[in-house]
Design a protein. Structure first.
Length: 182
């Protein structure tokens, strides 16, 4: 039995959930999300509570799908009500970011500024030229975009320069040992 899969998903007021064949559609105040699921996964709605089950709970592959789709639907419900965000900061002399429309311009020590286009469904903001916030209703898309931005200039272990998540701890390495005076 899946511990996560057995949990019921409570549908808050203001959220509309529809099932059509193998697709779950969740509409809320922030937007709409769709998720398809395989035929082995059974989704049911009863009086404001959604339950996820599988055809054969003894099958290991189906058990793994059980917990996965329960979490995906839970994340969809949270996304359309509250939304998700990732905060990042830039560390380095002269590093700065600017946002104009859907284009995020990053100056991170290259000979040219890097222009990153934010996709549909993602909003961004820049504070004090070094703090970047990525927001959206799709948890997977928010995390993917934040990871792509971080990949432009990963934090290096010697001085810690680069783009990192707020609260991320960078393991530092010792530099070269200075030559002893003889």
């Amino acid at each position: 039995m899946s511990r996560i899969g057995k949990k019921e998903i409570i549908i808050p007021s203001g959220v509309d959930v529809k099932l059509s064949e193998n697709i779950v559609i969740v509409k809320g105040p922030k937007g709409e999300l769709k998720q398809s699921f395989p035929k082995e996964v059974l989704v049911s709605i009863e009086s404001g509570v959604m339950k996820v089950n599988v055809l054969n709970p003894e099958n290991k592959a189906q058990r793994s799908l059980w917990g996965l789709f329960q979490r995906l639907i839970t994340n969809m419900v949270k996304g359309v009500t509250e939304g998700y965000e990732k905060k990042m900061e830039m560390v380095g002399v002269g590093f700065k970011a600017a946002l104009s429309g859907k284009k995020l311009t990053l100056d991170v020590g290259f000979s040219h500024p890097v222009i990153f286009e934010l996709p549909e469904g993602i909003e961004g903001s820049v504070e004090k030229n070094v703090f970047i916030t990525i927001q959206g209703i799709d948890k997977q898309l928010v995390g993917e975009i934040a990871a792509r931005i971080r990949k432009i200039k990963k934090p290096e272990p010697y001085k810690g320069k680069g783009i990192k998540y707020v609260g991320e701890v960078i393991r530092r390495k010792a530099g070269k040992a200075a030559k002893g005076s003889a």
